[in-house]
Design a protein around this ligand. Structure first.
Ligand SMILES: NC(=O)c1ccc[n+]([C@@H]2O[C@H](COP(=O)([O-])OP(=O)(O)OC[C@H]3O[C@@H](n4cnc5c(N)ncnc54)[C@H](OP(=O)(O)O)[C@@H]3O)[C@@H](O)[C@H]2O)c1
Length: 254
């Protein structure tokens, strides 16, 4: 039986980094690299030591997810690791973001992540890992990052509860909650410059290196970086009304 690692969002940023850093570290016959941009996935495949399959698909489309399910049923691989890395954000007033994008974030960040997890689970055995790329925004309501942060709150709750459900089967689920990371994410999310203040931007290779260690330790939630950990701690102890006021002031939002 073919042992595989699946990485969604592998065409850029955090997902691509996961593929590169997991390459050669696990007993794996093939990587399945998922995103829309086939060219970037092919370029990544060519850089990797382990054979890789390029699966160019739009996770927003139900038909693509169905096709992916058929592919699993046909190939019946053993999935060692699933990294749900695909996702996107749009930062602006809720009403100024198109309905298409507000729903699109829910579709990719929540719906597709949930479907991928569910259809991959039957092919996972004891020792397998699921990494859900979440966000620090999961811990608090965020005006102007409203729907995006809400999708990430979903990912956090979903991942943590699933981790407990899967414990008896020896399958672990990690919610990786990074602060700002230097990827193509901002070109899409912050097109209108709504977010002005970045107190710290982490590099994706460092974030993923730390995340893989957390995954190996079978952690449930991992927040990489001291400043990010401090922010998370503050969101735990301070009232969210105050946290939101500080956020608005910091970002000079009205
Ligand atoms: N960058 C940050 O500051 C930050 C912080 C916290 C959490 N995150 C989370 O990290 C994850 C990865 O983001 P990133 O920072 O690495 O950004 P990125 O460089 O923009 O990567 C996003 C990835 O998701 C894929 N993707 C987006 N929409 C898709 C769709 N409809 N179908 C298939 N694939 C799709 C993109 O591929 P294609 O465009 O080729 O489809 C790309 O590979 C996201 O979930 C994001 O929310 C990012």
């Amino acid at each position: 039986m073919k042992k595989i690692i699946i990485v969604t969002g592998a065409s850029g940023g955090i997902g691509r980094e996961f593929a590169l850093q997991l390459d050669g570290t696990q007993d794996c016959d093939e990587f399945w690299l998922v995103a829309r941009n086939a060219e970037r996935l092919t370029a990544l495949k060519e850089k990797m030591r382990t054979p890789a399959r390029v699966i160019a698909m739009d996770l927003q489309e139900r038909g693509s997810l169905r096709d992916f399910h058929y592919l699993l049923e046909k190939e019946k691989p053993e999935i060692r690791t699933l990294v749900n890395g695909a996702g996107y954000g749009k930062f602006d007033l809720f009403e100024d973001i198109s309905v298409e994008d507000n729903l699109g974030m829910i579709d990719v960040n929540c719906r597709a992540l949930t479907v991928m997890t569910q259809i991959c689970l039957p092919y996972m055995r004891r020792g397998a890992n699921i990494v859900n790329v979440d966000s620090l925004s999961a811990f608090q309501p965020l005006p102007y990052v409203n729907v995006y942060a809400a999708t990430k709150a979903y990912v956090l709750r979903f991942s943590r509860a699933l981790n407990r459900e899967l414990k008896p089967k020896g399958i672990s689920v990690l919610a990786l909650c990074p602060y700002w990371v230097n990827t193509g994410f901002f070109g899409i999310a912050n097109k209108h410059g709504v977010i002005k203040h970045f107190d710290r931007i982490y590099e994706p290779d460092w974030v993923v290196r730390k995340a893989i260690k957390a995954m190996k330790k079978r952690r449930e939630v991992y927040v990489p970086g001291t400043l990010a950990k401090t922010v998370r701690a503050l969101t735990k102890v301070l009232p969210h009304s105050l946290v939101m006021r500080v956020w608005m002031k910091q970002q000079k939002l009205k």
